[in-house]
Design a protein around this ligand. Structure first.
Ligand SMILES: Cc1ncc(COP(=O)(O)O)c(C=O)c1O
Length: 372
């Protein structure tokens, strides 16, 4: 099929995507703590710039691109998250892709949650390990998959992969159960904390904070969501960091992230410690949003991500369009990003939307659901 025909097919199925300008109250970004435009991050970047920190790294980390800012950030992140080492990559997508493609070896098995992010799937496609999907958040399904593989002659290492807070459902993984399973099966864990870091855990260190530092745990923390910057930190045992530096194609064959952004991420980590009131204020707004949306029949998740499941693709987009017209930036999410028949609005609660706007969203949603 030609490109034109494929786009026409998407349009006919109501799934054509397009870019639209940013408008309305923020209920769709991942800038949970409102740091992306914060004066403190701006100042940190400005200071760094005026102090001579380079804008571009100029090359791969293994060539000329290894800037002291990267190394400083990684040392700071390893200490903050209590992991043996850290590695800063240019995006969470690249980090996941690199991780999944590189660490599990031929003869290994990766058991991943059915709802894991597209970037993990990309990595798995390029990797050499076998892979199997386990029912969402079902520890027994993970255990069964590993046991079945072992009884079929699987001799390598098992890897257990999950998000700690799911990006489209807003629910949390049973990390304790999965960690116990990993210990029992001598398995490794790959935990994607993209939506939990900065929001949950002691000092915003995430839901997997208590697992950091174990020799069988790798944690991905993206820096473009609650941390308000960009890039991603892999927190992992030094051996696995060395392996990625030597074998991770997304690390080796890519220009290192901007040293300025590395400086900004370091500042964001300090903000997590020094401004706990941001997390507390977010939790207040999450409680309010749960209550307001609950009055419209939307189940609470207990987190800042609240899906409003609509079902049919076109209706989800109609409801989203009505909310946008009313001044609320809520986006419709359709398959294949979410399973067929579960098109939804992904309401994201951030400090960028006021309490009054949360109340307004509840009213607008009720009206839109009736009209659509
Ligand atoms: C769970 C999860 N992992 C990884 C990523 C990719 O991170 P980044 O946006 O930094 O590329 C995302 C982004 O949407 C995500 O939601």
């Amino acid at each position: 099929m030609t490109h034109r025909e494929q786009l026409d097919d998407l349009a006919a199925a109501g799934r054509l995507r397009s870019l639209s300008p940013r408008a309305g109250a923020d209920f769709s970004s991942n800038d949970y703590l409102g740091l992306a435009n914060s004066p403190r991050l701006r100042e940190a970047v400005l200071d760094a710039l005026l102090g001579g920190v380079a804008i571009g790294s100029g090359g791969s980390r293994l060539l000329r691109g290894n800037d002291p800012e990267h190394e400083r950030l990684e040392a700071e992140a390893a200490a903050f998250f209590a992991s043996e080492s850290a590695l800063y990559l240019s995006s969470g997508f690249t980090a996941n892709e690199t991780l999944f493609a590189t660490l599990p070896q031929r003869g290994d098995l990766v058991v991943h949650d059915a709802l894991i992010h597209a970037s993990a799937h990309e990595g798995l496609r390029c990797g050499r390990a076998e892979r199997v999907s386990a029912a969402h958040n079902d520890v027994d399904a993970f255990a069964d998959a590993i046991r079945q593989w072992r009884s079929g002659g699987g001799k390598g290492r098992a890897w257990i992969a999950t998000e700690s807070l799911f990006s489209m459902d807003g629910d949390m993984a049973p990390l304790d159960g999965l960690a116990a399973l990993a210990d029992e099966q001598d398995a490794f864990m790959l935990i994607d904390e993209a939506h939990a870091v900065g929001v949950f855990g002691p000092e915003g260190r995430g839901l997997a904070a208590q697992l950091d530092g174990r020799e069988n745990v790798v944690v991905l923390r993206t820096c473009g969501k609650a941390l308000g910057v960009e890039g991603a930190l892999l927190c992992l045992p030094r051996l696995l960091r060395d392996f990625l530096v030597n074998r991770g194609r997304g690390f080796i064959f890519s220009t290192a992230p901007s040293p300025l952004m590395a400086r900004a991420v370091g500042e964001a980590l300090r903000i997590l410690v020094e401004e706990p009131e941001r997390r507390a204020a977010l939790q207040e707004r999450v409680r309010l949003a749960a209550q307001v949306l609950g009055e419209v029949g939307v189940p609470a998740t207990g987190t800042q991500i609240i899906p409003v499941i609509v079902g049919e693709d076109a209706r989800a987009m109609r409801v989203a369009g009505m909310l946008q017209a009313a001044g609320f930036d809520v986006r419709g999410i359709r398959p294949p990003t979410v399973p067929a028949g579960s098109a939804r609005l992904r309401v994201s609660v951030t400090l960028n939307a006021s309490e009054a706007q949360i109340h307004g969203l509840g009213e607008a949603l009720q009206a839109a659901m009736r009209a659509a």
